[in-house]
Design a protein. Structure first.
Length: 115
């Protein structure tokens, strides 16, 4: 019983860390997909900036829209660039302490497409 308790003291924080790491990888992947989706929309509908932002937010399934920012820019007449950033908050207190800033990490991705 004592050995089991000691093993759990190590195993549970490790499993919680793996859980938070998986959530962070998922969020990073969704942020990248949202930027790409908005850029794809932007090359077809160049003047619809609100539509590009809506396309990015609609692709971000599983993420809180209030923690996401979408920035659209036009570097030249043939390109559309979309930058999406998301504030990820760790659920595990130990991982949150490692991240600092109240357990928050900013994930960002930029997609640029030519017309």
């Amino acid at each position: 019983m004592l050995e089991f308790t000691l093993a759990l003291l190590v195993l549970i924080p490790m499993l919680m860390g793996v859980f938070d790491l998986g959530r962070a990888v998922f969020a990073s992947s969704v942020v990248a997909a949202a930027a790409q989706e908005a850029a794809r929309y932007g090359i077809v509908h160049r003047s619809d900036v609100n539509g590009m932002e809506a396309a990015a937010r609609s692709r971000a399934v599983g993420l809180s829209p209030s923690q996401m920012t979408v920035a659209v820019s036009f570097p030249d007449s043939t390109r559309v660039e979309v930058a999406v950033s998301y504030t990820f908050t760790a659920l595990t207190p130990l991982i949150g302490d490692l991240l600092g800033e109240e357990g928050q990490l900013t994930l960002s991705s930029t997609a640029c497409m030519n017309n």
